[in-house]
Design a protein around this ligand. Structure first.
Ligand SMILES: O=C(CO)COP(=O)(O)O
Length: 241
């Protein structure tokens, strides 16, 4: 069975002070979390170092939201994999639809980032998903397969998480039906050589739909945006039944 990973993607939210306040509250809710699931906070770069110092290891893992493929160089605004591992980061979100839409991320740059992340010991969380127009045109399968194949060229499937995030379900409150998410995730799984790859669902995950999502046979976790910003709400998601 693939490992279950529940990750919060904070996007561009929370200062260091807000991140620490979140952590204090969140930890108090985590005590009863079963240890069959990994909990990840994907925080802004500025909050990662201070979160890491406060966590001292423990059961919560940290994730970044991007990583560059070069070790260092003239890449203003980018961050390297060893800058992240040095401060205790374990995961990195790569190819989120917001990065594809606003910052020119392509399957090729996703692939480069994934390879360099793994080389440095980071676990990539590769995001894939179709837009509403692509879904309406019946192109969901084609789009997903292209993103998976393009992102995974020469990638080791051992330390890897994939997140299926239909773009039309992100931040809209419109969740993909859990059976449909399960179907698409099954399709993603067919593209992989390693049956142990964790595949998450993301898109308007909330306390009132997480139990149903996690009950699906192909779904091994969630990538949570808005609902991961509130410690009690995210704790309820992490503590899904
Ligand atoms: O983009 C997402 C997580 O990466 C999903 O965001 P929401 O949970 O806010 O829909």
């Amino acid at each position: 069975m693939p490992k279950v990973v529940i990750a919060g993607n904070w996007k561009m939210h929370k200062t260091q002070r807000e991140a620490l306040e979140f952590l204090q509250d969140f930890k108090s809710h985590l005590e009863e979390t079963p240890d069959d699931r990994e909990v990840v906070l994907c925080a802004p770069f500025t909050a990662l170092a201070v979160l890491s110092k406060t966590l001292h290891g423990g059961r919560i893992r940290l994730g970044a939201q991007n990583v560059h493929w070069e070790k260092s160089g003239a890449y203003t605004g980018e961050i390297s994999a060893d800058m992240l591992t040095e401060i205790g980061v374990h995961y990195v979100v790569i190819g989120h639809s917001e990065r594809r839409q606003y910052f020119g991320e392509t399957d090729e740059t996703v692939n480069l980032r994934v390879i360099s992340a793994q080389k440095q010991g980071l676990i990539p969380i590769i995001c894939v998903g179709e837009s509403k127009a692509q879904r309406d045109a019946g192109e969901t399968e084609k789009v997903i397969i292209k993103q998976i194949q393009g992102g995974l060229v020469n990638v080791d499937q051992k330390n890897l998480v994939i997140a299926y995030e239909p773009i039309w379900a992100i931040g809209t409150g419109e969740t993909c039906e859990s059976e449909e998410a399960n179907r698409v995730i099954g399709l993603i799984r067919q593209q992989l050589d390693n049956p142990e790859v964790t595949i998450q669902y993301g898109g308007s995950v909330k306390p009132d739909n997480i139990d149903e999502i996690m009950a699906q046979s192909q779904i091994n976790g969630a990538l949570v945006g808005g609902a991961s910003l509130d410690p009690a709400v995210f704790a309820r998601i992490v503590n899904y039944r």
